[in-house]
Design a protein around this ligand. Sequence first.
Ligand code: VNL
Length: 390
Amino acid sequence: MKKRYFLTVSTLAVLALTSASVMAQDNTFKIGLILPMTGQQATTGRQIEAAARLYMAQNGDTVAGKKIQLIVKDDTSVPDVTKRLAQDLVVNDKVNVLAGFGITPSALATAPIATQSKTPQVVMAAATSSITQASPYIVRTSFTLPQAAVALADWAPKNGIKKVVTLVSDYGPGIDAEKYFKERLTFNGGQITEALRVPLRNPDFAPFLQKVRDLKPDALFVFVPSGAGAAVMKQFLERGMDKAGIKLIGTGDVTDDDQLNDMGDGALGVVTSHHYSTAHPSALNKKFVEAFGKANKGLRPNFMAVGGYDGMRVIYEALRITKGNGGGDALLAAMKGQIFESPRGPMFIDAQTRDVVQNIYLRKVEKKDGQLYNVEFDVIKDVKDPGKTK
Ligand code: VNL
């Protein structure tokens, strides 16, 4: 009699515990945000985390009856670590969405986990064209290097730049930038006189820049990842390349808003092409820049921040569309085709490619109110990733 009573109570207790935890589980929506928070790409992690938190502060942490939980993990931009963290977030934390991914190798290392677990993977930073093809569960809110580079290759020959040396980080996005810039510049009657590649880790630009000086092209086209631009600029100026008549051009990664204001007046006049500038003159962007600065001791949001902010928008909206009931496949379907105004301008997620379609701006570094900005002077509207048509 006694024993039976005991069993009943403990069974009830177990049942109560289980349903409590099931309920807690049901009411939380978990986003596993994997970013480089330390190491060479730490500024990318800092920008994206700050933007994700700003989005949540502005839009609340409850959507369709679910409480949003952001779980931030530092992968130090080592792809094996990214992969292990992604696995752990899916298996143990049971996240609903994986997001972040500072560099291409990290995004690619996670792709098989997204596919196997049917978990949407929102790529907020990494920008090699092929990333979205690595898993049908990948959606991208950053940009692609071909998207940005082609616009500059159309601008350059019309502005007296015919002979160009390219200098890129030797991995996915750099190789994309080199290839698509060259293809389009050559098509436009220009010429690449030398293509140089520097290692991603601890690059020393000095010997490469010396070579460029000797080659004396009209311009040096540069792609380096966010965070490395200031070092290139410094060494470019130290070698007097600008005085030797060599122009510095590149995708906007090199005049990254996170660093630009500290690059000094030597950066004035540098022309780049990109999808986002802190100086983008829209009402929405002005509000974004102000709120971001306020929440982060005056920090300027860069293109990484906007990728993170819009990534959160895509996730929130997918949750709203699926009324909080969707699994990975339903969420993914609700991410495809989203169209909205971002601080960067209008953008949408192409339903076929799951990649971002957006305006690409030509910008020139100028001083405004004593600060250096990438000031937009031309726009190519609704640019699809040229890498997808190959
Ligand atoms: C990548 C592309 C990373 C562009 C970047 O900064 C960037 C990438 C960290 O795909 O690895 O500016």
